[in-house]
Design a protein around this ligand. Sequence first.
Ligand SMILES: Nc1ncnc2c1ncn2[C@@H]1O[C@H](COP(=O)(O)OP(=O)(O)OP(=O)(O)O)[C@@H](O)[C@H]1O
Length: 272
Amino acid sequence: MVSVRGLAHQYPDGTRALRGIDLDVATGEAVVLLGHNASGKSTLLKALTRLIEPTEGAITLDGTNVIAAGPRDLRTVRGRVGTVFQSINLVDQVSVLSNVIHGSLGRQSSPRNWFAWMASSATRDEAMECLERVGLAPFASRRADQLSGGQRQRVAIARVLMQRSRIVLADEPVAALDPRAGREVMDLLWQIVAEHELTLVCSLHQLELAESYGDRVVALQNGRLLLDGRIGDLSRADLAGLYAADAGSARADEPAAELGDLVDRAASGGPR
Ligand SMILES: Nc1ncnc2c1ncn2[C@@H]1O[C@H](COP(=O)(O)OP(=O)(O)OP(=O)(O)O)[C@@H](O)[C@H]1O
């Protein structure tokens, strides 16, 4: 379970990226986070495990008070929260198998687990099973930087399995992929989340994907939580509200056009 109250973050240059966010995500629930560029999605996802230190607010992840956690507890929390980020993802210079084994560092922090060849056979076997689940067992000994973008995200998903995470944070996991690879990665992520009853918060730019995968959708605008609901239930006013962003915090780009399409379709009662 993820519980956030009054979460705020101000960057050192004065940018207020998050302003009083309240959010609850139940265990086993998958939430899609939407919003224009610069609305605060990445900041929120990073703040949940204090990769970015919140300026104010409370965060509880599966019962742990993240804000009060000392360095040791924070390491444990981070070790148990899976991440599928667009950046900060795999260690390029080591093998795919080592990257998956790194997922176990939070629960068995043996330095042997930095490299596949040093890990115990039980750890290696478990990591191989995780790679098999994402269809990448044949790539186990390949260096991570020799994979395609879609394969890299699959490795990140295998690492989530190896972590035995209960909570997964995904920051635009398919933004850099072509539509087909993006769908494949999204299918896999959603299957694994459902199989293991994981709690997922996943930011997406593509409304099309949000419509396909997002049961519950949370939208941010200019650091504030703008709406929270089932995508099928969102009214035109809700969606149109996404446009009220101040000009300084949103760029006129493709996601804006997609949001516009949805507003138009919702207004005309046409198919989504
Ligand atoms: N390191 C930083 N220093 C100062 N301001 C920052 C920093 N990182 C992000 N910001 C600002 O914080 C705001 C929120 O950024 P954030 O990256 O969280 O938005 P986002 O919704 O994830 O955007 P995108 O969809 O473009 O990835 C933006 O105004 C951004 O310019």
